[in-house]
Design a protein around this ligand. Structure first.
Ligand code: DQA
Length: 170
């Protein structure tokens, strides 16, 4: 049987059919929220670009949103690319429903993250506080975006809540 997140709803995201065959793990209501390098410094890091909320503020706000949506979040941050790869693999093995991924600068450089996103066959939503498309040219390429099913950019901290709503609607 196709592992469809909502009974009666057609599996619209492109992983639905292959996931049933490739991912033997039962799906939970947990959404992984993975944050990459330098996001631990939110609140003091270039607040004119990223706002004044800390990552702890965002986690608390998103936890509240998750409760409203009947979901749980597993919220993490690392400065290391390989740790993000390991956490993407873990999301699959624990049956995460989706992943919100702000890979920060690794967004623009990491083929390893793109490969991991493709490998896990979970819906990954790309999140950014700022809108990289309106910034320096080197931020215009997104390897994460090549594997993600959706993106939320330029909404500041609120973008995480918007992304969680999108995950809930998958
Ligand atoms: C970011 C945008 C990236 O270009 C940048 O490297 C970051 C943060 C954002 O959330 O706006 O570290 O991902």
């Amino acid at each position: 049987m196709i592992d469809c997140p909502q009974p009666g709803r057609q599996p619209t995201f492109r992983f639905a059919i292959s996931r049933a065959a490739a991912n033997p793990f039962p799906m939970t209501d947990t959404v992984f929220v993975l944050n990459g390098p330098n996001l631990n410094l939110l609140g003091t890091r270039e607040p004119e670009i990223y706002g004044s909320d800390t990552l702890a503020d965002i986690e608390a706000m998103l936890g509240e949103k998750a409760r409203e949506l009947g979901l749980a979040i597993d919220f993490r941050q690392t400065n290391h690319e390989g740790v993000l790869v390991d956490w993407l693999h873990e999301a699959r093995s624990v049956g995460a429903r989706a992943v919100l991924l702000n890979a920060a600068a690794y967004t623009h450089t990491s083929i390893a993250l793109l490969d991991a996103i493709k490998a896990i066959e979970l819906p990954v939503i790309e999140v950014h506080l700022s809108d990289p498309a309106t910034r320096e040219a080197f931020r215009h390429i997104s390897y994460v975006g090549m594997g993600a099913v959706d993106e939320v950019k330029g909404l500041g901290a609120r973008g995480y809540a918007v992304a969680l709503e999108k995950a809930a609607a998958l």
